[in-house]
Design a protein around this ligand. Structure first.
Ligand code: RIB
Ligand code: CA
Length: 313
């Protein structure tokens, strides 16, 4: 039985690798790509999502979503990580296909109503579309199968501040709404993604296995590797966004822990995902909060092989 998913994304180089992984996965049915600002402005994210669908020959809905955080000023985006156009050194041609006229939030609600209990929301960017969808349809948690995200840093340092990971930091109030909703949420944060560096030979192998999709990932990853390797001896990058998708298909590759989660929204703790494993704190501020599942370990070798084998299909 295929996993019906909506991929909420801010493409983005690791988003692109994850989107192609989902497209290549025989047991994943992508109902649509819903875009959000984050790595790049939402208009660019939407155009990039159309481009990725055209490269992969996928005819599925692509929607444009929120372009601003729930609270606060416009983002300054992450062009220093993902490049001027979100694909490293590559300036993509304008896509020929059109966006679905619905907003990302409306598309999420429509699909959840169309396929009650079947759709998994896979969010690999900031969480504004999911938060807005919750406001549009308060029954959404009952209508979706579950939520799985790339974001957060439960027991490790952040990548934007010492406490916060980018997707959560970018829209901390939206994240607070999403983490506070009564649905089954699994978080793949820097605890596992920053623990899994990928080398130049990995992206070269993806290209060998799949010249079109792997070749695009390899080409866009060069800029991305420059950024991640700046203060390292070795040349690496991190394909954060594919982790929730890999877990959907092969949960046995991961270890999860369950805990109460609170999201920081203050000046210092903005975007912190403070997780207290059950029974570890007397504080009602945590014990009365939702519990989520947090990925704490992954089998690096088997994960890398899964990516390679899937691109090779
Ligand atoms: O912190 C990593 C996350 O932020 C990834 O989703 C990356 O694409 C960026 O959105
Ligand atoms: Ca992303």
């Amino acid at each position: 039985m295929a996993h019906k998913i909506i991929l909420d994304t801010d493409p983005g180089i690791d988003d692109a690798m994850a989107i192609f992984f989902a497209f290549q996965s025989p047991d994943i049915e992508v109902l649509g790509l819903t875009t959000v600002y984050g790595n790049v402005p939402v208009t660019m994210a939407a155009q990039n999502a159309l481009t990725l669908c055209e490269i992969a020959g996928k005819d599925i809905p692509v929607t444009k979503g929120v372009g601003m955080p729930w609270v606060g000023p416009e983002s300054t985006y992450a062009h220093f990580v993902h490049g001027d156009y979100g694909f490293g050194h590559i300036k993509p041609e304008a896509p020929k296909t059109e966006l679905d006229p619905r907003s990302s939030a409306q598309f999420i609600v429509d699909m959840a109503r169309k396929y009650p209990g079947e759709v998994t929301l896979v969010a690999i960017g900031p969480l504004g579309n999911l938060a807005l969808a919750l406001r549009l349809e308060p029954e959404l948690p009952k209508l979706v199968k579950g939520v799985t995200i790339m974001g957060g840093a439960a027991f490790v340092r952040g990548n934007v501040t010492p406490l916060a990971e980018a997707n959560i930091w970018n829209d901390a109030y939206a994240a607070e709404i999403v983490f506070g909703a009564d649905w089954d949420l699994t978080m793949f944060g820097l605890d596992v993604t920053n623990d899994t560096p990928f080398s130049p030979s990995f992206v070269e192998t993806l290209e060998e296995k799949n010249a079109k999709l792997g070749g695009f990932v390899k080409d866009t990853a060069q800029f991305y590797m420059d950024f991640y390797s700046a203060n390292r001896e070795d040349r690496v990058c991190f394909f954060h966004d594919a982790f929730p998708l890999a877990h959907l298909r092969h949960p046995e590759l991961f270890e999860l822990t369950e805990g109460h989660v609170r999201v920081g929204t203050g000046e210092l703790d903005r975007g912190q995902t403070a997780v207290a494993p059950k029974g570890t704190t007397p504080s009602p501020l945590w014990n009365n909060a939702n519990t989520i599942k947090v990925a704490t370990k992954v089998d690096h070798a088997k994960l890398e092989q899964l990516f390679i084998d899937t691109y090779a299909l």
